[in-house]
Design a protein around this ligand. Structure first.
Ligand code: UT7
Length: 350
């Protein structure tokens, strides 16, 4: 049976570096708190108008396509993972198709937040294994900076996130010993509301104290997006950080071990773990729990913050560019986040 291999990989981060000290000017926070609780030293913020989630994804994609030795016209499917799309709809996939003047291929958007890229990779893997497509472009990209609460009220969330993009081109390989060995996807919607952005949305919260019969056009518009929502910061991401943390440190090790066991490996066989860069303390906890050495885990949250769907491909690309991944290495990608959703992919690097 065919397997999928990563034939090309690329990343793009905006030039604009925002340090913890820069954030101190906006809200009651400090470099010491941010570094101690998250490991983050700085992050990148996209240019207000010239860089969007799509344009960053396109830049990462161009590099991945070139490294795969193909052209954009050879791509036969696009999968784009993000929680910060250019438009509410349509998704970013079609914008990539237009920007790179690709053929009239399929474009799919994935909304799985921090697990988005690993979910996207898994979907692409299935299409390759069944021979439906030969060159799939998988992108994870985020422009968080446009939608964070930069007052003290939002400090627990806003100091964490950064912007950037990563992309891979997936191709088939007939060599059963290489490529993506397996992917593992999970969810638990019980805690959907503890890490979420509620508005604009069609949920019923804003309808609760209103009388249906008296609704007029203006009120209906208000329920979708109102000044109250903006004033009460209900248009920003909400996170109960400690609860997310507690679940993350259980599910990360579980899904990593699941991927290794499924393929007859143990943690000792692993050359590199690329965890979603949620918080350096989470990565360190996972490393300790699985008894992995420093050389077996790649972290770059210190430089980029948490870039959600982009964090895994950015870390994977940087690790590869730094020579930390060689042919034949066993590499595990793992992610956990809003939903909750979590996922892993085990790869024998080709
Ligand atoms: O990638 C998606 C998944 N997300 C995650 O995995 C995030 C998981 N959670 C976390 O990473 C951590 O919970 C945070 C980094 C978000 C927060 O760290 P924490 O150690 O859990 O802090 P906390 O929320 O319990 O807050 C502790 C204190 C509070 O003050 P009091 O009540 O003790 O006086 C907060 O108000 O820290 C305060 N605080 C801050 N202080 C300075 C919260 N944010 C900040 C801030 N600067 N930015």
């Amino acid at each position: 049976m065919l397997k999928s291999k990563i034939a090309g990989i690329g990343m793009y981060v905006p030039a604009n570096v925002v340090t913890n000290k820069d954030l101190e000017k906006l809200m009651d926070t400090n470099d010491e708190w941010i570094q101690e609780r998250t490991g983050i030293q700085q992050r990148r913020y996209a240019h207000r108008t010239d860089e969007t989630t799509t344009t960053m994804g396109v830049e990462a994609a161009k590099i991945a396509i070139e490294r795969a030795g193909i052209t954009a016209q050879d791509i036969d499917f696009i999968i784009f993972a993000t929680l910060s799309p250019d438009y509410y709809f349509p998704g970013c996939g079609v914008l990539v198709q237009r920007a790179l003047q690709m053929k009239e291929i399929g474009a799919l958007d994935i909304r799985n937040q921090c697990s988005g890229f690993v979910y996207a990779l898994s979907v692409a893997d299935q299409f390759i294994k069944t021979s439906m497509y030969k060159n799939i472009l998988v992108i994870g990209s985020e422009k968080h900076s446009f939608g964070l609460d930069y007052t003290t009220r939002g400090r627990n969330v806003s100091v964490i996130f950064g912007d950037g993009a990563g992309a891979v081109v997936l191709q088939p390989t007939a060599n059963e010993q290489e490529g993506i060995l397996s992917t593992h996807l999970h969810s638990d919607g019980e805690s959907a509301e503890i890490l979420a952005m509620f508005n604009p949305g069609t949920h019923a919260n804003h309808w609760a104290n209103k009388n249906y019969a008296t609704f007029n056009k203006a009120e209906i518009g208000d329920m979708f997006l109102s000044h109250d929502m903006i004033n009460n910061a209900e248009i920003y991401p909400f996170m109960d950080g400690p609860s997310v943390f507690k679940k993350a440190i259980i599910k990360f090790p579980e899904v990593i071990v699941e991927a290794l066991s499924k393929n007859g490996y143990t943690t000792e066989d692993l050359q590199l773990l690329i965890p979603h860069q949620a918080n350096l303390r989470i990565s360190q906890f996972v490393q300790q729990k699985l008894k992995l050495t420093d050389n077996q885990v790649y972290n770059n949250i210190q430089q980029y913050g948490n870039t959600t769907a982009a964090s895994v491909p950015i870390a994977l690309c940087e690790a590869w560019e730094n020579g930390k991944i060689k042919q034949g290495d066993l590499v595990c990608l793992a992610a956990f986040g809003s939903g909750f959703t979590w996922a892993s992919a085990l790869i024998k690097w080709a």
